[in-house]
Design a binder for this molecule. Structure first.
Ligand code: ADP
Length: 654
């Protein structure tokens, strides 16, 4: 086994690799960019090396600097994680040339699977079923169109260099072929610098089922069963599970056999995934699955396989790369129970899954599973960390394991409800809605399910009056319940000293809500809400919805939904005082939407200077006093917490 390895990645996967390495007594070296200087993976590793600026092109994709860091720290091997350099054969060559070990397959194996057309030709030769289609070299429009007609519509045009669903077009009618082809080519050229395409049959009611395979350097290859990743939005996986619901023994046998055949055909070493597309229009049939592509790395969703097989895939990666044989034979790998993984993202599901940024002011994951289930949280962030625009906005993967699928679903739902995140827009409610979707719950999934049910899945229920009342209470800053068993009585001290009644203005989306919080003689509170909401008598509430107070906001957790209210912050007064010293800072990360003043302008107190868009809301930033603007943020600028938005000139201050 290695004495020390370097992890050429960041976030949850870097943390996950470090954990296994540590358990095996292997020391770890992390690498990090400017934005990640204080990241969790840096803290967890034994050593860390700075490799450049925040953009990935200047850090995590800089193979030369990563190799130099490995050599400088005496690491013997490099684990690439997923993404970044994990499937770059040139990087593998450079690692090997530097006398280091790449923890993954050979450059030759990666190259063999790198382009979809060549990979499909190779798989056809190896006797692996491939989606009927054209994978040839010639690319004339007339030829491609006639191939499409031969295959039969609907067809799918795919970029041969494709990934992440880019350069892919479904075509239903011959008349639309040439336009779809130009679109796919344009996108492929822009994304991959390669506009060659393949054309294949569009599979009806497609399910994405993939097989985990593992090879060593002694010619052995095994499979670790399948994962179902059909719950996708825009070809991106959302919730993955193992085993596949409705899997039949016949299909499993045919599919796992084909997967091992595929791995052996390229002398595969390490962890790999063979992705298949399955026609589920008439249930799962052993002759209706086809090879789609091979991912020559560890997958994001590998934990579900680990949960149902009890195998630590990262441990196997390290052992195999260090020259050991596969730790288990095929017969020794058993399948037990059912596992789900939900990908928690900072994104706005209702706005087309727009990636979000922000500081995770409040972050709490369930610390134990539902009864009869196990839970695993894979994350690379802590409370207070920032989701920056530089990297994938994944916050965590919630992984659960239970004896059966229904118990697993219940455990996943509970895990989502008990997850609390405030400070960024997140997809928790969307994930919970998907778990509750009747078709998903029944295991009747296909890749179009999320798209068909999208409106219902992304709809966020309005906050209840109790939730609004809890927000109002929290906004009085008596809200943080503290250790008292009865949150309402914990407010007493505050009330006695500071208020008998207080009016609070909250903003929820476009709605302004006025609440009156009053202390009652019995030491309890009443929250009266403006119509159409009700008056809530604090003592009538059995349980106070959980809340998190963060700068300028309160988030109330109701079910799996986090309702965020903008609320005046007592601390804002301190900010105003700070502003008087000459500058206005962004209260949270956001986008400068509109700028209403320029340097040199004399402005008066209260005059709107710019509009900051953050947390789905527009915030008008007004002059805190009369003065002369010395400097102002540019329209369209992305700003982080605390960035100076407006600077006033010293002598211009009133
Ligand atoms: P990428 O490499 O861009 O992710 P894939 O070939 O892996 O592209 O396909 C991504 C997704 O597109 C699959 O998971 C599946 O949902 C869908 N898909 C791919 N091929 C077909 C097909 N022939 N018919 C129907 N859907 C397909």
């Amino acid at each position: 086994m290695f004495g020390k390895i370097l992890i050429a990645n960041r976030g949850e996967i870097a943390c996950r690799v470090i954990r296994t390495a540590r358990r095996l007594g292997v020391r770890t070296v992390a690498v990090y960019s400017d934005a990640d200087a204080r990241a969790l993976h840096v803290e967890m590793a034994d050593e860390a090396v700075h490799i450049g600026a925040s953009p990935v092109g200047e850090s995590y994709l800089r193979g030369d600097r990563i190799i130099a860091a490995a050599l400088a720290t005496g690491a013997e091997a490099i684990h690439p994680g997923y993404g970044f350099l994990s499937e770059n054969p040139d990087f593998v060559d450079q690692v090997t040339a530097a006398s280091l070990v790449f923890i993954g397959p050979s450059a030759a194996s990666i190259r063999a699977m790198g382009l979809k057309d060549a990979a499909k030709r190779l798989m056809e030769q190896a006797g692996v079923p491939v989606v009927p289609g054209y994978h040839g070299v010639a690319q004339e429009i007339v030829l491609l169109a006639s191939k499409a007609r031969e295959i039969g519509y609907p067809v799918l045009i795919k970029a041969r260099a494709g990934g992440g669903g880019k350069g892919m077009r479904r075509v239903d009618h011959p008349d639309d072929f040439s336009e779809a082809l130009s679109g796919a080519r344009r996108e492929a050229k822009a994304a991959f610098g390669d506009d060659r395409v393949l054309v294949e049959k569009y599979v009806d009611k497609p399910r994405h089922i993939e097989c985990q395979v593992f090879g060593d350097n002694f010619g052995n290859a095994v499979h670790l069963y399948e994962r179902d990743c059909s719950a996708q939005r825009r070809h991106q996986k959302v919730i993955e599970e193992a085993p596949a619901p409705g899997m039949t023994p016949e299909l499993r046998e045919a599919m796992t056999e084909a997967a091992v055949k595929a791995a052996k055909a390229i002398d595969y070493s390490g962890a790999g995934t063979i992705e298949f597309i399955v026609d589920a229009s008439e249930g799962l049939k052993a002759d209706r699955f086809w090879f789609m592509e091979m991912n020559t790395r560890l997958q994001v969703e590998h934990p579900v396989t680990e949960m149902v097989t009890g195998v630590d895939l990262v441990e196997w990666q390290l052992r195999v790369a260090a020259g050991e044989k596969l730790p288990k034979t095929q017969d020794e790998i058993k399948l037990a129970g059912h596992a789900f993984e939900a990908r928690l993202y900072a994104e706005d599901a209702a706005k087309g899954f727009l990636p979000a940024t922000g500081t995770l002011h409040h972050l709490k994951f369930p610390d134990a599973a539902a009864e009869g289930a196990a839970i695993r949280i894979e994350t690379g962030v802590r409370s207070g960390d920032m989701i920056s625009p530089f990297y994938d906005p994944m916050i965590a993967k919630l992984v659960v394991h239970a004896m059966g699928r229904n118990a697993g679903l219940a455990a996943l739902r509970e895990a989502l409800v008990r997850t609390e995140i405030a400070g960024s827009t997140v997809n928790t409610a969307f994930l919970a809605a998907l778990v509750a979707d009747a078709d998903f719950a029944a295991g009747d999934v296909d890749t179009g399910l999320i798209g068909r049910h999208q409106d219902a899945l992304v709809a966020i229920p309005a906050p209840s009056d109790e939730a609004i009342a809890a927000a109002a209470l929290a906004a009085t800053d008596a809200g943080a319940p503290g250790p008292a068993a009865d949150p309402w009585s914990s407010l007493v001290g505050y009330a006695h000293f500071h208020m008998l009644a207080r009016r609070i203005r909250l903003r929820y989306g476009e709605e302004d809500i006025l609440a009156r919080v009053s202390a009652r003689p019995d030491g309890r509170f009443q929250v009266a809400l403006e119509a159409p909401h009700d008056a809530i008598n604090a003592h009538d509430l059995r349980t106070l919805p959980r809340t998190a107070r963060w700068p300028g906001h309160v988030t109330v957790f109701e079910g799996a939904v986090g309702h965020t209210f903008a609320a005046p912050d007592p601390l804002a007064k301190a900010d105003e005082a700070a502003a008087a010293t000459g500058s206005l800072r962004a209260p949270m990360p956001g986008l400068v939407k509109l700028v209403r003043a320029t340097a040199g302008d004399a402005v008066i107190k209260g005059q709107p200077l710019l509009i900051l868009e953050a947390m789905k809301m527009e915030h008008t930033i007004a002059a805190p006093h009369d003065g002369v603007v010395a400097e102002i943020a540019a329209e369209g600028a992305q700003v982080s917490d605390g960035t100076v938005l407006v600077r006033f000139s010293e002598d211009g201050q009133g």
